[in-house]
Design a protein around this ligand. Structure first.
Ligand code: ZN
Length: 255
């Protein structure tokens, strides 16, 4: 039976049980040193792990427990990088791996398994969002043109510039408000809702208003790179655009 132990807030191992006891005799492992049996996720003090008759009691997130646990997308069992593999962004335990691969091959929808939204569906969502925003920005342009004296006169440079500033400013602000409100509140803009996709954090958490704001500006960067930031979606295993990489977001299908 192999074990891990914590030294200087780092997990060391796997070491054999005999080595663990040898380390304890050398004083490198004390009664309080947190240890974890390979394949387990519970860290317990060394003394407790080997106390006769006492079952190892799970310690919820002990200080310094360095191993991150994930949950298997198939059976929800808690697993670590040692006893699970990451397949297209999902953690799968060794037991479930053959079944998972089989289901993927059959193209079956596995509940809880992320399906990342690719380039074209996201282009579709973007087009719908643009059309919706135009229902606000185009009327605004008409109103602004009517209200700014000389805005239609090419010789009135000042008025033409004023119109450009006002309309572009309105476009940016309405787009920002649209993205932040819908992503922060519903995890999806109306265009994404229609396409049945949504934005989440890499760990599955919801996107906050703050992160949605950051993502809006990061997306401008994706556009400024001649669109390469958007094109990255097509070539990334988790279908991340540049803005998704910057903001730790993923676009997935709602299941
Ligand atoms: Zn599993």
């Amino acid at each position: 039976m192999a074990w891990y132990y914590v030294e200087n807030n780092e997990s060391v191992g796997p070491v054999q049980e005999s080595d663990l006891h040898a380390l304890s005799q050398q004083g490198k492992i004390t009664a309080q040193t947190m240890v974890c049996r390979q394949g387990d996720t519970a860290w317990v003090p060394f003394a407790q792990a080997f106390a006769p008759g006492s079952a190892a009691v799970a310690v919820a997130d002990p200080a310094g427990a360095p191993r991150v646990s994930h949950s298997c997308v198939m059976c929800q069992k808690s697993v670590t990088a040692d006893d699970a593999v990451q397949l297209s962004g999902n953690w799968v335990c060794a037991t479930c791996k053959p079944l998972y691969l089989q289901k993927l091959k059959e193209g079956a929808t596995i509940s809880g398994v992320r399906r990342y939204a690719g380039f074209w569906i996201r282009v579709g969502a973007k087009i719908i969002d643009s059309l919706i925003l135009m229902m606000v920005t185009i009327p605004f342009q008409f109103i602004a043109t009517a209200l700014i004296p000389g805005a239609n006169d090419p010789k009135a440079i000042g008025a033409v510039i004023a119109l450009a500033v006002v309309t572009n400013g309105f476009n940016i602000l309405s787009n920002l408000a649209y993205q932040v409100f819908f992503l922060g509140k519903y995890a999806a803009t109306p265009g994404k809702m229609v396409c049945k996709i949504k934005v989440i954090r890499s760990n599955g958490a919801a996107v906050t208003y703050g992160r949605a704001t950051g993502r809006y500006f990061a997306e401008i960067l994706s556009g400024l790179t001649l669109g390469i930031g958007y094109l990255m979606v097509a070539f990334d295993e988790e279908k991340r655009g540049l803005h998704d990489r910057i903001c730790d977001t993923r676009v997935i299908y709602k299941d």
